[in-house]
Ligand binder design. Structure first.
Ligand code: MRU
Length: 341
């Protein structure tokens, strides 16, 4: 009997003894620790304070959050209120609202057991989707590829395996040589802290660079492809992702380097026609004003701290999903993709 080797990265989100167990991403890379959320307000706080982050991980966490309310015996009014607070804990990643709504629907149809089962199915489907999109995307990378990625779109941003890092991981597992440029990703450092931690655990060679290095890497011919994740994709293929993604897409176009977006179809929001309708989270300026208590800007200086930007579809070479690769995404291609089972 062939068994899968143990995954070096534990599930980001899991249902454990009636609690929602999360990897505490605030403590990485120093410490791998877990947090058990036992109430909906615990889950909402964990989403807001970035204990858990990344679009697919937020989808599963929102799903388990509703299951938690159901398991506590919540009635219709309480489940509706729980769903509303979970859905709005962060605004940009559409997976969060999607995961919440799915489990509310399951609870209304079948009660607590159905709610828990649906949340568990969402978590399992996430890992399966990422493995599938990883396989689809790996074939796009040239031999001996140097790939630039931004933020963390790895296992930690999902339930497991990862989207952008899923593509890199699948290529690596398939015997291809891939080396990764890891953008530090100011101001929360998801690249430096989380992507680097994952690649280290997976044995995939990488180097961390500050975000401002990207231009010189392209100019030197040192980037063969950009692969990033997504928080929300509009019906026309515009992509919201971590702030700084748009700049990379412009650089990639200027240097004729392919720019790939890897995301499950649950990240597509067919209800909005373009990226202009995507709500962009603006986070606390304290994230920019200093690190670990040390202030790096003058006292009283104002900060603008948008967490995401929008890359127009015309700059996306291909969208890599669990259903296959959509080259040059646009409204008609996205519609066909969504209609494909
Ligand atoms: O603010 P974050 O860390 O939640 O932002 C995450 C990202 O921008 C990721 O790239 C995106 O959610 C895709 S995760 C597979």
């Amino acid at each position: 009997v062939r068994t899968e080797p143990a995954d070096p990265i534990p599930p980001t989100v899991a249902w454990a003894d009636g609690a929602v167990r999360l990897v505490d991403q605030r403590r990485l890379p120093g410490t791998l620790a877990f947090v058990d959320c036992r109430s909906v307000s615990d889950v909402v706080a964990a989403i807001r304070n970035l204990t858990v982050r990344g679009a697919p991980a937020l989808g599963a966490t929102g799903a388990f959050g509703v299951a938690l309310a159901a398991a506590a015996g919540a009635d219709e009014h309480e489940v509706t209120a729980a769903a509303a607070s979970l859905r709005t804990a962060r605004p940009t990643a559409v997976n969060l609202a999607w995961g919440v709504d799915e489990v509310v629907r399951a609870w209304r149809a079948g009660g607590t057991d159905a709610a828990i089962a649906r949340a568990q199915a969402i978590a399992a489907a996430d890992v399966a989707a990422n493995r599938a999109l990883g396989t689809h995307g790996a074939g796009l990378l040239p031999p001996q590829a140097s790939v630039l990625t931004h933020c963390n779109a790895g296992a930690l941003a999902c339930v497991g395996y990862g989207t952008a890092l899923g593509v890199i991981r699948a290529a690596h597992e398939g015997g291809r040589v891939v080396t990764v440029w890891v953008d530090e990703t100011r101001p929360v450092l998801q690249g430096a802290r989380l992507t680097a931690w994952e690649l280290d655990r997976l044995g995939i060679p990488f180097r961390v660079v500050v975000d401002a290095v990207a231009g010189s890497l392209f100019a030197a011919g040192s980037v063969d492809a950009v692969v990033v994740g997504a928080d929300r994709i509009a019906a026309n293929g515009d992509v919201a992702n971590k702030i700084g993604t748009y700049s990379l897409a412009v650089l990639a176009r200027a240097h004729a380097v392919p720019f790939y977006v890897a995301a499950p179809t649950t990240t597509v929001d067919a209800s909005i026609t373009s990226g202009a309708e995507i709500p962009i989270e603006v986070r606390d300026g304290a994230e920019v004003a200093g690190a670990e208590g040390a202030r790096t800007i003058p006292a009283g200086a104002r900060v603008h701290n948008p967490a995401f930007d929008v890359t127009p579809a015309r700059l996306v070479t291909a969208l890599i999903t669990e259903r296959g690769v959509l080259h040059h995404p646009d409204a008609s291609g996205i519609a066909v993709l969504l209609a494909t089972a």
